[in-house]
Design a protein around this ligand. Structure first.
Ligand code: ADP
Ligand code: TRP
Length: 325
């Protein structure tokens, strides 16, 4: 099984990204092909500060490795290190219907928010299709918000195959991440950078505690019994702890006499423990940038070799022939 996914470097990674996506990447490594990349070309559609983009790309690489992505079992690379992906994007653009892209929710949502769209934002799904199709990917683990982009990818691949009369592009399937499908943020809504309600994975100490203490709860009085199942604090606790710990805290909710502050303190302690190993690994990696650069370089080499072979197949299908120079 060939697995591939990408994550945009548009800010520090948060608990929603970890429990919704990264945890799945790690579980799926060690497959026939486990490719994960940092989508820096996609991030250009929203990040226009070069320093911020390269810093976020670097941070994402450190974060993914620290969280358990193992370069011996997975290939980690920067999207922009593979120039073949933009060439494939052009070939795909020539078979992509304008109307297909006009239907994309993520594009329509951004326009509805008042963003004046450039061609990059409009054609974002074609670059994503190229990311996926360049490596003959079978399975693409993504959040529910990306399902439509996977459908677009399949549509484009199918249209290409029909026009050129062969199975040149392999049709992928989305694997929708069910665990942590919707990690709540500090305001109880879906945790997301765009809502400013995130808790960052590598946040520690006072700043972490302050964020956890700010999680919105209802106004049930201290003495009253509380319902763990409708509480965001408890939902976060569940992601970080064992079933025994969860049962113990759920009992405390139902017994009454416990304030939400106590449950938040339990989340703070659980989070500090949960990410302790990853934090230690991250400090080591940060002190050894050459090692990280080597991992990214080796990842790019592996991904490029695969991508070049697929691109050659696609070029020939279009009549562009073998690359000679
Ligand atoms: P953000 O919403 O903060 O901009 P992204 O859209 O960059 O996050 O998400 C990257 C990945 O993390 C996607 O696969 C997405 O589905 C997942 N993800 C983000 N936020 C959450 C969340 N609150 N719950 C579950 N998964 C999430
Ligand atoms: N669009 C994805 C997101 O915002 C990131 C992404 C880019 C991606 N290319 C991809 C995900 C290819 C999976 C496969 O989360």
């Amino acid at each position: 099984m060939k697995v591939l996914s990408g994550i945009q470097p548009t800010g520090r990674l948060h608990w929603g990204n970890y429990f919704g996506a990264i945890r799945q990447y790690i579980a799926l490594q060690g497959n026939e092909q486990s490719f994960y990349f940092i989508a820096d070309l996609h991030a250009l559609t929203s990040v226009r500060d070069p320093k911020a983009l390269s810093a976020a790309t670097w941070d994402a690489a450190l974060d993914l490795l620290a969280l358990g992505l193992d370069p011996h079992r997975a290939t980690l690379f920067r999207q922009s290190d593979i120039p073949e992906v933009t060439e494939l994007m052009w070939l795909l653009m020539t078979v992509t219907q304008h109307s297909l892209l006009e239907k994309c929710h993520s594009y329509k949502d951004k326009v509805a928010k008042g963003i004046s769209p450039d061609a990059g934002l409009f054609t974002y799904p074609v670059l994503m299709a190229a990311d996926i199709l360049l490596y003959d990917s079978d399975i693409v683990p993504v959040g529910a918000d990306q399902i439509q982009h996977l459908e677009v990818t399949r549509d484009i691949a199918q249209r290409f195959n029909t026009i050129y009369g062969g199975e040149f592009l392999h049709l992928p399937n989305a694997r929708v991440l069910e665990t942590g499908a919707k990690v709540p943020g500090t305001d109880g809504e879906k945790m997301s950078k765009s809502y400013g309600n995130t808790i960052e994975i590598f946040e520690t100490g006072k700043t972490l505690r302050k964020k956890i203490m700010s999680i919105k709860t209802d106004s049930t009085p201290m003495d009253a019994t509380k319902n763990p199942d409708s509480c965001s604090v408890f939902a976060l606790f569940k992601l970080l702890t064992s079933p025994e710990q969860q049962a113990a805290l759920a009992d405390r909710y139902r017994a009454g006499g416990m304030g939400y502050g106590e449950a938040k303190q339990a989340v703070f302690e659980a989070a500090t423990d949960y990410f302790a190993e990853a934090r230690a690994r991250r400090s080591k990696l940060a002190a050894d940038p050459e090692q990280v650069e080597d991992i990214l370089a080796a990842g790019a080499k592996t991904a490029r070799a695969k991508g070049q072979a697929v691109l050659q197949r696609v070029r020939e299908a279009c009549g562009l022939g073998h690359q000679k120079y």
